[in-house]
Design a protein around this ligand. Structure first.
Ligand SMILES: [Zn+2]
Length: 279
């Protein structure tokens, strides 16, 4: 049974600040260790629960955060950027399940380091009219590839966002948000043990009864509201992209394709805007 781990950093045990998750932040080097260890907990649990193969995608910022020589020896790592499918690079229908480790809530929500892919540049996103962030979009893209999301770790806001999107996903809160850059931390050893136990139980369950995600709509609509009208105006140059208002663009298509298209949006926006990821 093949397991895919998408690893983000904002929702990792013990991390609360931009300086914990962005080079050359004061505690970034330690944050890399913390990220690798949360992922190791998920790998250990998945393997003891019945996984035969674990692929980990470093899906945060520079995507060169995790420490390969500290990673569980059975984990295979995708490291570096850019990647056309970004946070789900390498995911296909051969995988039995996706585990989301270290995830965060969407832009505007009161979660630790909440955001949607960029800093303030993306104000909001909607998938088929429903407000969405990185959690919902990944879930929808994975479902389109016929792979269910089975587990998510992050702060309590990320866990609530996941549960609202799909209540069948096991969530592991590793910290309780007090503000956007403050949290009440769960003891780290306990948090990692919870990730490991949840991954074990999930894989044991899937070994007995594989899951199939419900099929997404054939045609989905993704709308993105930008802080800058200039970004929206530039994106109109992409065939199929239409304007909803001066700062909001939308596109229709099949879900994995829209996920890839969003990656193009982000590259265009990144070249026009010069904002930090946590402004
Ligand atoms: Zn991230």
């Amino acid at each position: 049974m093949k397991v895919y781990i998408s690893a983000d950093m904002e929702g990792i045990s013990g991390l609360v600040d931009a300086a914990d998750v962005q080079p050359p932040g004061r505690d970034y080097e330690h944050g890399r260790v913390m990220m690798t260890e949360d992922v190791n907990a998920a790998i250990s649990g998945a393997l003891s629960g019945g996984a035969t193969d674990v692929l980990v995608n470093d899906a945060h910022g520079p995507m060169r955060n995790m420490l390969p020589d500290r990673l569980h020896p059975r984990g295979r790592l995708i490291k570096g950027r850019s990647k056309p499918m970004s946070m789900i690079e390498g995911l296909d229908s051969d995988f039995a399940v996706v585990l989301c480790i270290g995830f965060h809530a969407r832009a505007g929500s009161p979660g630790v380091m909440s955001r949607s892919f960029m800093g303030h540049e993306i104000e909001d996103m909607w998938l088929n009219g429903q407000p969405v962030g990185e959690i919902g979009l990944l879930h929808a893209a994975a479902a389109a590839l016929r792979v269910p999301v089975g587990l998510l770790s992050g702060d309590d806001a990320a866990c609530e966002e996941m549960a609202a999107w799909d209540s069948s996903v096991t969530t592991v809160p590793v910290k309780l948000a007090r503000d956007r850059f403050a949290a009440e931390l769960r003891p780290v050893i306990e948090a990692r043990a919870s990730i490991q136990a949840a991954a074990h139980n999930l894989l044991a369950e899937l070994s007995a009864a594989p899951r199939q995600p419900s099929a997404p709509a054939d045609v989905c609509t993704l709308a993105v509201r930008w802080q800058s009208a200039a970004v929206a105006a530039h994106l109109l140059g992409i065939p199929g992209v239409t304007m909803r208002d001066t700062r909001t663009v939308q596109a229709e298509g099949k879900m994995p394709d829209l996920y890839r298209l969003l990656g193009i949006f982000l590259r265009v926006a990144g070249s026009l805007a010069n904002q930090g990821p946590y402004c």
